[in-house]
Design a protein around this ligand. Structure first.
Ligand code: GLU
Length: 467
């Protein structure tokens, strides 16, 4: 049974790297008909916040990365960590260490002076025939894991290949602090064991934790899961992805008008590939996904590619859905989507060239706001020369059966009668009816704005120009 987990620490928002880890863990479970578990690693009380937990849940929900079990909170499992620590103390797999922080500092300093690598020297580690120091009074000991001292610990990483560490390189890890609280690496081990995780898919910033975790898992008699460490994500400029590169929070992409399926498609290609497929659905991804095609080298974020993908998804999206997504952006732009043409029809007209919902809304705004053209625009386009043709066009419009082809024909006839070229007439119409010199195709735009509005605005404009 394949069981994967996503185990974020709730110390900020769900960022792009975390979302990619979540996606790969989710997809691997889904591909194999397994289980995907969500675990909130919130034992770092000082840095974990309820807002950050919510931000993770929101991000996961937005991307629709549904979990089968959880969310489990480590802070609710403290009894369990304690239980395992006691068990390990009882059977000699862990021991109490009374070194004070000052003592540890001195130890490291002395090692540095001798040119040795700073490490815990094992002074409280019980060994056959060794006499331990007398525990000082009033000191709460930490608990350390009795790491094997010789041999190596190795695993076949499913992304990076065989990774091996010499046990001599690994300190006796502190698994419980003086106040009894368990430490990070230990909680991960107990959880992966209890939750019967088969595949740990996570960022490669955890590679150095893995040998320690494997040793503890082995001490606990666990079947060690398989590990897949994902390489980091670099920004557009090749440096580690950070806020400097723009949005790193998944929900910020929602705020900027990206569609979740576009973000999923984009994240899927960050370090994984299926031939040269770029545009594929979530279902297709689940069907294709495997760990063999994850690249061990760093992936590079490319905002232009994400925009391109989003544009493809917007083009293909249902217009009523786009209308629902565009509405709040319009309101933010000071437009009233209820006063004007059907928003879905407007979205259908303007979506071709919008890479985000934000851009879609910007293009749709002119249909919902009474825009007052600037005097400069009026002077430039509503010239004396064009007034007679404009007046005739307004008259023709008033008598039309209002549809795109008829509007187009009215333009042509008026142009022919006055010996004018299209821009000469289309520009003042745009400016008078929308307040803007740029609109989508003029006939389609006018059709959507509606006959009554168009004629009224043209007539008002003509009247103003004649006085
Ligand atoms: N909580 C860790 C993090 O947010 C992940 C731990 C893990 O996946 O093992 O980086």
């Amino acid at each position: 049974m394949i069981r994967t987990r996503f185990a974020p620490s709730p110390t900020g928002f769900l960022h792009i790297g975390g979302a990619r880890t979540a996606l790969f863990s989710w997809a691997f479970a889904r591909h194999h008909g397994g289980q995907f578990i969500l675990r909130i690693e919130d034992t770092d009380i000082a840095r974990s916040t309820p807002e950050a937990v919510q931000a993770i849940l929101d991000g996961m929900a937005w991307l629709d990365l549904n979990h089968d079990e959880g969310p489990f909170y480590q802070t609710k499992r403290l009894y369990r960590y304690k239980e395992v620590i006691e068990q390990m103390l009882a059977n000699g797999q862990a021991y109490q260490c009374y070194c004070s922080p000052e003592e540890l500092d001195e130890m490291r300093e002395a090692q540095r002076v001798r040119g040795e690598k700073p490490r815990y020297d094992g002074r409280w580690r019980p060994e056959a025939g060794k006499t331990l120091p007398v525990p000082p009074s009033g000191v709460q000991p930490v608990v350390r894991f009795k790491n094997p001292t010789d041999g190596t610990v190795a695993w076949k990483d499913l992304v990076k290949g065989v990774i091996e560490f010499a046990n001599a390189e690994l300190d006796d890890l502190i698994i419980a602090r003086g106040d009894g609280t368990p430490t990070y690496n230990f909680c991960v081990v107990v959880d992966d064991l209890d939750m019967q995780i088969s595949h740990v898919i996570r960022g490669d910033d955890h590679v150095n934790n893995t040998p320690r975790q494997i040793n503890i898992l082995k001490a606990l008699g666990a079947t060690v899961p398989q590990y897949a460490h994902l390489s980091m994500i670099l920004g557009d400029d090749g440096t580690k992805l950070s806020k400097r590169h723009g949005a790193v929070s998944v929900m910020q992409y929602s705020d900027e008008g990206y569609l979740p399926e576009a973000v999923i498609n984009y994240l899927a290609r960050l370090g994984w590939s299926h031939g040269d497929a770029e545009l594929f659905s979530r279902e297709q991804f689940v069907q294709w996904f495997d760990l063999d095609h994850i690249t061990p080298s760093a992936a590079q974020f490319n905002t232009e590619k994400l925009r391109w993908l989003n544009q493809q998804y917007i083009k293909a999206a249902d217009d009523a859905r786009l209308a629902g997504l565009t509405r709040p952006f319009l309101v933010r732009n000071g437009a009233d989507p209820d006063k004007g043409p059907d928003l879905a029809a407007v979205c259908a007209l303007v979506k071709e060239r919008a890479a985000t919902i934000e851009e879609l809304a910007a293009a749709a705004t002119l249909f919902y706001r009474t825009l007052h053209p600037t005097p400069e625009l009026l002077a430039q386009h509503v010239t004396l020369e064009v007034l007679p043709a404009l007046a005739e066009l307004a008259e023709r419009f008033a008598a039309l059966t209002w549809e795109r082809s008829a509007i187009s024909a009215a333009f042509k006839e008026t142009l022919a009668a006055h010996g004018l070229k299209m821009p000469k007439l289309a520009m003042p119409v745009r400016v008078l009816v929308t307040g803007e010199p740029q609109t989508p195709a003029i006939d389609a735009t006018l059709e959507l704005i509606g006959q009554e509005q168009v004629v009224a605005r043209l007539q008002a404009g003509l009247q103003a120009a004649q006085t």
